[in-house]
Design a protein around this ligand. Sequence first.
Ligand code: ADP
Ligand code: MG
Length: 599
Amino acid sequence: MSTAMHPTTRGVAAIADELAPETGRPVVLDEQGKREVRRACLSGVCIPGHQIPFGSREMPVARGWGSGGLQVTVALAGPEDTVKVIDQGDDEGVNAVNLRRLIRGSLGCSGTTDAREATIIQSRHRVPEERLRPDQIVVLQVPVSEPLRPVEKSVTECRRMHGDGDYSKTWVAMYEDLVTGGVITAAAGYPVLIHDRHLMAPSPIPRWDVPRFGREHLTLLSHGRDKKIYAVPPHTRIEPITFTDVPFEVEYDTDQVCVRCGSRDTYQVATREGDWVCSDTDWCARVLDGDVDRDDQLAVAPRAYYPDPVVRARAVGTELRGRADLEPGGRRAVTATGTEWALKVSGLGRTYPARRGSSAVRAAVDVSFDVAPGEALGIIGESGSGKSTVFRCVIGEEPADTGSVRLAAVGDGEVEVLDLDAGARRALRVSTLAVVHQDPAAGLDLRISAGGNIAERLTAAGWRSYADIRRRAAALLDRVEVPLGRMDDVVGQFSGGMRQRVQIAKALAADPEVLLLDEPTTGLDASVAAGVLDLLAELIAERDVAVAVVSHDFGVISALTDRALVMQRGHVVETGLTDQLLADPHHPYTQRLVAAARS
Ligand code: ADP
Ligand code: MG
């Protein structure tokens, strides 16, 4: 099907005819709409890379045909402007020609194909090869506004990740690419970090154009359907997401020479005959006319990012030695007395409000305990006694009604953890307070590899070397007895016991000060559970991490802990050394639990 026959394009052509300069200045976007768009552009400039919603209007072009870009161009341009429109670098594409006519007709401005003459360049997916000036604006039509879409489907969760600056899932996608293909496959719409803060996937421009953002000119990106605008002002620091030892690479092949103009240092596309030509038709034509400044263009060609397979292979080919690479570490200096707490919970209370058909539940009442580095504390009680509620309040999944939680690692223990905002509490979960859930799926992403799951935690903790991440993940997996040969397999293919081992490795990855284990072996077959229990006992013995273990099973509590609390209906009814509780339980409820464990 020829593009010219596409109904939408024909529609644009017809409207462009109607809006031809000689027929007057019909209105594409009213003044109110223009103001809204301009306001969004200004906000975008103030917070580079951040997506700003705007009151989108119906445009006389179908969405997907540049309606977002059209709104920005029409809102910014006046009669004195000169507008260039390109489609994949091509000034003469049907869509480009018609959008240019439409804009000219509506605004009475002039049009051009020469990038040097343009004040506004509206583009679908390219930045001109020409070095752009501070008085020029590039408007990019954006087909997908959310850079996290490839790694997270939930809109709410994406918003949360932007809010927290938590882009570890994007890092993991890069990691998984390298594991499976040896290269980062994200081609167009490559994710970048702006001012070390906001993630953006700039339109699906080729990687070639990524380093040309944030130089002299202003870039505005606009998505019509999502009604979002974002901006990269001049002189903005923008970093492609990549590992320190796996450099960002643009599309470049020394064999590619434009058959028309002979250029090498341009972005090129294949012709039907299999030749290469410049994607930027304006540049190509001017090279033939001898009307270019090659030095100027070379100065902005992304030569620093031409591929270097040797460098890439060095990082990607990291030799993995398993446990041998695990530093004796995770170990911290223990305080002289060894009794100082790492986690201190005081008077914690939580009542679930009454709901239709059920009365209020006092799930935790005045629960207090502390755990020292290198110590393991047990919390035992029947199902429903409030054990998980206590953990959920400590990690912030559940608000506590009363009480106090302190972590020695947070503000030297002076800070009330319960008062921290949600983002700060989530940040604690990376390298301060780790949790192992009963269900491995709650702590893992089953769709990614075992190594990738650990990479997620490590990148969240700031690790940026691919080789270091590989080595650390291999060492941890080896330590929890997951065969190294399975490191790159998707966790969803693992057995329950193996998943739980991966979850434990992930929890320990960033050396947390405190580790909470919630029924860590309950979902496993008895023999598998015994193996995981042995592993946990070893890990606890070799680290200075403070551990709290919740279980309904005295067997688990006695295998892992020295001290324990007994919980019944939200109350702590007895505390003591685990061995003593087992040998000589005082409270009738504890006696029942012990009897159950013996039977
Ligand atoms: P455990 O982990 O010891 O089995 P939980 O802390 O999960 O106990 O639950 C303690 C009590 O709180 C139970 O009676 C349970 O039904 C109730 N409960 C737990 N979560 C909720 C909730 N989200 N809403 C209402 N009641 C809850
Ligand atoms: Mg529970």
